[in-house]
Ligand binder design. Structure first.
Ligand SMILES: Nc1ncnc2c1ncn2[C@@H]1O[C@H](COP(=O)(O)OP(=O)(O)OP(=O)(O)O)[C@@H](O)[C@H]1O
Ligand SMILES: [Mg+2]
Length: 422
C-alpha cells in the first residue's frame, strides 16, 4: 500500500517540464539524469495524412496507437503531427504531457508506485491547472506522493537564496519574479512576451537581409543553433554598431521610445555599414553552405531590451526588472537589486548579465548595489532547486500523500504547495 511507504526512504523523481525541454532526475543529485525535448507524436493522433504516410512507410502495424516522445517524436516530423504539450507556461495537451511523464519514469527506470514526484510549474499558473497536475500524476501513475514547486522559487533556492529577483528566460515564456522567503510577491511579478523562441524567429528575420531564408520548423531549429553559437548581448548597442563599422552613431531617440532601436535594426547592411570583418562569424548550414553573421549577432538579443523591435507594445527586460522591484515592499528593494538571479536557457546568451547589470545600475539611487548573478547552467536551475528541496529532511512533511489526495482531492495543492504571496 502506498500509504505505508516511508517517503523519506524513497528515491524522489524531479520532473521539470518546459515548452522545449523536460529535465528529469532524482532528488539529491546535482544534475538531471535526462534532458529530453517536450514533444510528442501519436501514431493514432489527429493527423490522418500522417497515418496514411506512416502506413505507406510500412510501419503502421507495429506502431498504431504508439506514442513517441522527445527525439523519437522529432524523428517522425513530416509523418506524424508533433504535439508540444506546454506553451507559455501552460499545459495545452494533458494526454501528451502524461506521455512525457511516462517516458520520464521509463527513461530513469523508476517504478511510479514507489516514487514520490516533485513537479514544477510556471509562476501564477491557474488554480485548475495546478490541480490537474496533481490529479493526473496520482490517477495515471498511482504515485505515493506529489509536490508542485514554482520554477523561479526553485531557481532562487538552487542559487542559494530564498529572497531574490529571478529573471527566468525560457523557450516560450519569460518571467521577472520577486521572491521573498520562498514566496512569489505576486502583485509585483512581470511577464515579458519575449523568450528564446521569439529571439530565434527574430534572428531568422534579420538573416533575410542577407538573403538567407528559414521558414520550416526544421530550418528554424538551425537558426536556433546559430543563435546559441553566435548571438550575444552588447554592453552598449550604440557602441556595438560602431564596432561593426557603422559610419554614423545611431540617431538619438527622436521619435519616441524604441524609434532609434528600430532604425538601427532596419538599417541596410550594405548602404550605410562598412562591416568589420573581425566581429563577423560564420556557421555551416546543413546544405554545406556558409552563413556569415555580422551585426545580427547582437541585434537579435536587443529584442529582449526593446520588444518594439518585434512590434510588441511592452517594456523591455531592464524596465520590467526595475518595475518589479519598485512594486515590491520598500524595505525589500535593496535586497532584490543585490540578488538578481538569471535562470532559463535563453539567459545563456553571452553578455546578458553584464548588460542587465549596467542598465539597472543606470538610474538606481546612490548607494544601492546592483548585482546580477549568472550561473554556468541557468537552464537547470529550476530542476536543481527541486532536487535540493526534495532532499531536505524538513521537506518530508510537505508532500501531498496519496492518502491525503484521496480524502481531500487535488484542491489540497493550493494549501500544501503555496508558492505565492498575494
Ligand atoms: N547559449 C544559448 N544562447 C541563447 N539562447 C539559448 C542558449 N542555450 C539555450 N538557449 C535557448 O533557451 C531556450 C530554452 O530554454 P529552457 O530550456 O529554459 O526552456 P524551457 O524550460 O523548455 O521553456 P519554458 O521555460 O519557456 O517553458 C531555447 O529558446 C534556446 O534556444
Ligand atoms: Mg523553463
Amino acid at each position: 500500500m502506498a500509504e505505508e511507504l516511508d517517503l523519506g526512504e524513497c528515491d524522489v523523481l524531479v520532473i521539470d517540464s518546459g515548452a522545449e525541454y523536460t529535465r528529469v532526475g532524482f532528488g539529491g543529485e546535482d544534475e538531471p539524469s535526462i534532458e529530453m525535448r517536450t514533444v510528442v507524436a501519436r501514431a493514432d493522433g489527429p493527423s490522418r495524412i500522417g497515418r496514411v504516410q506512416l502506413a505507406a512507410a510500412g510501419e503502421a502495424a507495429g506502431e498504431r496507437g504508439q506514442v513517441f516522445v522527445g527525439e523519437a517524436a522529432l524523428a517522425k516530423r513530416g509523418v506524424l503531427e508533433l504535439v508540444r504539450p506546454i506553451s507559455r507556461g501552460l499545459v495545452n495537451d494533458w494526454d501528451a504531457l502524461e506521455a512525457v511523464w511516462r517516458e520520464c519514469f521509463a527513461a530513469v527506470g523508476a517504478a511510479p508506485a514507489r516514487t514520490p514526484v516533485l513537479l514544477t510549474e510556471a509562476p501564477l499558473s491557474p488554480r485548475a491547472h495546478r490541480e490537474e497536475l496533481v490529479r493526473r500524476c496520482f490517477d495515471a501513475f498511482n504515485v505515493p506522493a506529489v509536490y508542485v514547486g514554482v520554477q523561479p522559487v526553485l531557481a532562487a533556492f538552487a542559487s542559494g537564496r530564498t529572497t531574490a529577483l529571478v529573471v527566468e528566460l525560457g523557450a516560450s515564456s519569460s518571467h521577472i519574479v520577486p521572491i521573498w522567503e520562498g514566496f512569489v510577491i505576486a502583485h509585483a511579478m512581470r511577464q515579458l512576451g519575449v523568450a528564446g523562441v521569439h529571439l530565434t524567429e527574430f534572428l531568422a528575420r534579420l538573416l533575410t537581409e542577407k538573403g538567407l531564408y528559414f521558414n520550416t520548423p526544421e530550418q528554424l531549429e538551425t537558426v536556433g543553433e546559430i543563435k546559441r553559437r553566435l548571438a550575444y548581448v552588447a554592453l552598449d548597442p550604440d557602441l556595438e554598431w560602431l564596432r561593426f563599422g557603422a559610419r554614423h552613431a545611431p540617431a538619438p531617440d527622436a521619435a519616441g521610445p524604441g524609434a532609434a532601436a528600430r532604425a538601427r535594426s532596419s538599417r541596410p547592411s550594405s548602404a550605410r555599414l562598412d562591416v568589420s570583418r573581425a566581429l563577423a562569424a560564420s556557421f555551416e548550414l546543413p546544405d554545406g553552405s556558409e552563413a556569415v553573421l555580422t551585426s545580427e549577432r547582437f541585434r537579435c538579443a536587443e529584442a529582449l531590451f526593446d520588444p518594439s523591435l518585434l512590434g510588441r507594445e511592452e517594456q523591455g527586460l531592464a524596465h520590467c526588472v526595475r518595475g518589479a522591484i519598485d512594486d515590491a515592499p520598500v524595505d525589500l528593494r535593496r535586497d532584490l537589486f543585490a540578488a538578481v538571479v538569471l535562470s532559463g536557457g535563453a539567459s545563456l546568451m553571452a553578455g546578458l548579465g553584464a548588460r542587465l547589470e549596467a542598465d539597472l545600475a543606470d538610474g538606481v539611487a546612490a548607494g544601492v548595489r546592483v548585482k546580477v548573478h549568472a550561473t554556468e547552467s541557468p537552464q537547470l536551475l529550476a530542476w536543481q532547486g527541486g532536487a535540493q528541496l526534495a532532499s531536505l529532511p524538513d521537506f518530508q512533511a510537505m508532500w501531498i500523500s496519496r492518502a491525503e489526495y484521496e480524502v481531500t482531492g487535488a484542491a489540497c495543492v493550493h494549501a500544501r504547495c503555496a508558492g505565492s504571496h498575494l
